[in-house]
Design a protein around this ligand. Sequence first.
Ligand code: PAF
Length: 281
Amino acid sequence: MKVITSIKEMQQYIMTVKQSGKTVGFVPTMGYLHEGHLTLMNQAKNENDLLAVSIFVNPLQFGPNEDFDSYPRDFERDSQLAEKNGVDVLFHPSTEEMYPTKMSLAAKVHSRIDVLCGRQRNGHFDGVATVLIKLFNIVQPDRAYFGLKDAQQVAVVDGLITDFNFPITLVPVEIVREEDGLAKSSRNVNLTDQERIEAYRLFESLQMAKQAILDGERDPKVIEELIQNHILEHTSGDIDYVEIYRYPELDELTELTGKIIIAIAVKFTNVRLIDNITFDV
Ligand code: PAF
């Protein structure tokens, strides 16, 4: 595995790869790799000639009260995991390399952000879009892989690729789940024992909602209520949101048709869990 920290060197390396006719699959990350990342890498490895992964904790996407300084970092462990999982090139630039001076220009995301978790994260997706424009220009992937656990980020990247005409195929990758259906997350360890027993009810509520829609229910309010009641009845969590939108546009719907997302966020004692499903009606 090649580790590259310089943008120039990465661009030269990718140019040689592309000249030899190879396809590049790209998994951008902020490091501290977990099973979700490894699933993306695995799929990217299978679908491309070369697997490129970036590790860069992007300061632009953290708000003033968010955990940029304390964000977990362990490059030694990450590079071992990357090598074991077939990564061909690991791009690991410093903050100074990526942002040598204050940027004179940056991305501003206009839609798909004032809903779901984005509502509480002012400016977050501007930072994500800005770093991805840079990373896409540096890595020049044929395919870029993002997990549907953060379906709003996937929606924003979809808009970015379309609006800025990047010749990149966006590959959204399904949520990886525990055996009982709970979406995998490093935060699940913060559930109490009792909460962990109840937590599968979140996914169960989404599946029930999907079934009700497939059985003919078309009113989003009815479906939202069904989910809320199921979660309140079977868990001790506090519902943060239950929302349904057209996907990936994240527009409101009065009638459930086309491709939709149902997304939920539920607060437990020490952790807030999110989950979602996307499907065609
Ligand atoms: O999902 C992440 O880890 C980050 O938002 C990303 C896409 C690597 C951009 O910094």
